[in-house]
Design a protein around this ligand. Structure first.
Ligand code: ZN
Length: 217
C-alpha cells in the first residue's frame, strides 16, 4: 500500500510540474519572448527529476506530450533541446532551484550582445529590482553576467557552473539569471512563480535601461 501511495504522490508532483511548464510557455509566448519555437522551460519534480519542454515546439501551444520527464542523472531523453543540459547541470548543482525559464526576449537578446565585451550588465536605481528574490532596495547593484553564445552546450555549462560556484567579485548582488550574448536570458527561482517573476523583471529592467540610454529630454 505504501509503495502504491508513494507512486501516486510522485505522479501528482510530475503532473503539477508539467502544468507549470505549459503555463510558463504560454505566458512567455503572449509577451513575444519565445519567437519561432525558441526558449525552453523546466520545473523540478523532485530531487531526481525535472519536467522540461521538448525541442522545436511552439512554446505558446504546448501540450502534455511536448513536456519531457528528464532524470537528472541520466542522458538527455530523445526529443530534448541541446540546451536541456544547461538546465540539468544547474538543478544538480543548485538544489534550491525549483524552476528555470529561458527566453529569447528582444531586450535580453540585444543588451547581452551590446555589453558582451564587459561580461556583465549592472542594474542600479530601479524600483523593479526588488522583484528579484532577496533584493530589498533600488540602491542595491545587481550583476547579470553575460556569457558568449556557444553551440557547445557542455562547454557553456562549465562556464556557467564555474561562475555560479564563485563569489561575486564586486560589491554587487548576483541576479538569479544570466545572459547569453545575442541569444537570450536564463532565469530561475525556488518556484515556478519566482522564476516567472525574475524573467519578467529582468526583461523589463533591460528594456528600461535601453530606453534610458536612448531618451533625450
Ligand atoms: Zn535559446
Amino acid at each position: 500500500m505504501t509503495v502504491a501511495l508513494t507512486i501516486l504522490e510522485t505522479d501528482a508532483r510530475a503532473e503539477t510540474a508539467i502544468d507549470a511548464v505549459i503555463l510558463a510557455g504560454r505566458y512567455a509566448a503572449e509577451r513575444h519572448w519565445v519567437p519561432a519555437t525558441s526558449g525552453n522551460f523546466s520545473v523540478r519534480i523532485d530531487s531526481e527529476r525535472i519536467a522540461i519542454t521538448r525541442s522545436g515546439v511552439d512554446k505558446g501551444a504546448l501540450t502534455r506530450a511536448d513536456v519531457l520527464i528528464q532524470k537528472l542523472d541520466a542522458p538527455l531523453v530523445a526529443g530534448s533541446s541541446a540546451e536541456a543540459a544547461l538546465h540539468t547541470r544547474h538543478y544538480v548543482e543548485q538544489p534550491d532551484t525549483g524552476a528555470i525559464f529561458h527566453i529569447h526576449g528582444p531586450h535580453s537578446t540585444v543588451i547581452g550582445l551590446a555589453h558582451a565585451a564587459g561580461g556583465a550588465v549592472r542594474l542600479d536605481g530601479w524600483e523593479l529590482q526588488k522583484a528579484l528574490s532577496g533584493v530589498k532596495t533600488h540602491e542595491t547593484t545587481i550583476e547579470v553576467p553575460i556569457f558568449a553564445n556557444d553551440q557547445d552546450i557542455d562547454a557553456l555549462s562549465d562556464r556557467v557552473a564555474a561562475y555560479l560556484s564563485t563569489p561575486v567579485k564586486s560589491d554587487a548582488v548576483r541576479a538569479p539569471g544570466y545572459l547569453l550574448a545575442g541569444h537570450g536570458l536564463y532565469a530561475w527561482g525556488k518556484t515556478a512563480q519566482d522564476a516567472r517573476r525574475h524573467v519578467e523583471a529582468l526583461e523589463t529592467l533591460f528594456q528600461q535601461s535601453m530606453m534610458l540610454r536612448s531618451y533625450r529630454p
